[in-house]
Design a protein around this ligand. Structure first.
Ligand code: PMV
Length: 333
């Protein structure tokens, strides 16, 4: 019997980042984090289980995937099989409507869509908390792409429960994430490997010790739609994570000269009165979070900014959801 389901999910951008694991085997993060999903950037994933398949197959944007990326997905499918108590292999087809390898993390939307489509295909009806828990084993940030809008990923250190929950819907605040792409190359050290070095930085302890304070400020800034407060805490948190990366052993430098130049430009644009702030993940691309009234002027400035090769943007996005088995369109450039 063929069992099939399809789902879509959006990537997310964290205002308060997670970096480091307190328990690697159970993929428990060292600190809680807050993010928003990015609408318009979408992963569409179909999963089909069939007793005649000899192993799991994965195609990404029409290309057959092998090696380490396939192994990572096969391990994730093992978890889904264990939940459903079956031993049947799958054929997975996943498409991003944003340029592949554009430096926008597709692992978050990818594993969120896979968790939902994979479990639904086997007839499991998991709660959002259960799906988020499952997705975090594929990629930590995928746990935050399960619920919609503005999301907090919390870990209870006593029970080990660790999943993300929405604290404000997507239409709560019309922020825009405008992403300046500096590089489409794969990072030499991905986030999963990079964050294992976090504890070698003498700054990580201070970063973790201050995390509850930053989370509280960020949550309130979002709930109160206080852009100045969100801006200050978002930049501080990104700078702190990158300070930890740069002081790890061996050190990790994810920024390019253009990334720093753009961060400095943002500080100038703020003094002109523009509501814009920056944050960077484990890569050189700069996420400019802004209010919609400054979007046009920002896009104009970023497009011509030295080193920028592409600009994408999206407003707060909804949760991962099941869809019929049709494809998706291509994101705006
Ligand atoms: O989702 P992972 O486990 O690959 O880690 C992503 C970590 C950052 O993107 C750098 C920060 C975050 O919280 O999204």
């Amino acid at each position: 019997m063929i069992q099939k389901a399809s789902a879509i999910a959006h990537p997310n951008i964290a205002f308060i980042k997670y970096w480091g694991l307190r328990d690697e085997a159970n993929r428990l993060p060292a600190n809680d984090s807050i993010s928003m999903n990015i609408d318009g950037l979408t992963t569409f994933t179909s999963v089909e289980f069939d007793a005649s398949f000899q192993e799991d197959h994965l195609s990404l944007n029409g290309e057959e995937i092998t090696g380490k990326s396939l192994t990572r997905v096969q391990k994730f499918m093992d978890r889904i099989r264990q939940l459903a108590d079956v031993q049947v292999f799958s054929c997975i087809s996943s498409e991003n409507n944003f340029p592949t390898g554009a430096g926008v993390a597709s692992s978050a939307s990818g594993f969120a869509a896979l968790a939902l489509a994979g479990t639904a295909a086997l007839g499991l009806d998991l709660t959002s908390e259960e799906l988020s828990t499952l997705a975090r084993f594929g990629s930590g940030s995928a746990s935050r792409s399960i619920p919609g809008g503005f999301v907090e990923w919390h870990t209870d250190p006593d029970t080990g429960n660790s999943y993300a929950k929405s604290f404000a819907p997507a239409d709560h605040w019309d922020l825009v994430d405008c992403i300046a792409i500096f590089s489409e190359a794969h990072k030499p050290v991905g986030s999963q490997a990079g964050m294992l070095l976090a504890d070698t930085s003498p700054l990580q302890a201070a970063r973790l010790q201050d995390a509850a304070r930053r989370l509280e400020i960020c949550r309130l800034a979002i709930l109160n739609k206080d852009f100045a407060a969100l801006s200050a805490i978002t930049e501080l948190d990104s700078n702190m994570m990158h300070a930890v990366m740069m002081t790890s052993n061996p050190p990790l430098f994810y920024w390019q000269p253009g990334s720093l130049a753009l961060m400095k430009a943002v500080k100038e644009w703020q003094s002109e009165g523009l509501d814009v702030t920056y944050t960077l993940d484990a890569g050189p691309n700069v996420h400019l979070i802004c209010l919609p009234n400054v979007l046009d002027i920002l896009i104009e400035r970023i497009r011509t900014f030295p080193g920028v090769i592409n600009v994408l943007h999206g407003k707060p996005g909804g949760p991962a959801r099941l869809v019929s088995n049709e494809g998706i369109g291509i994101a705006q450039k």
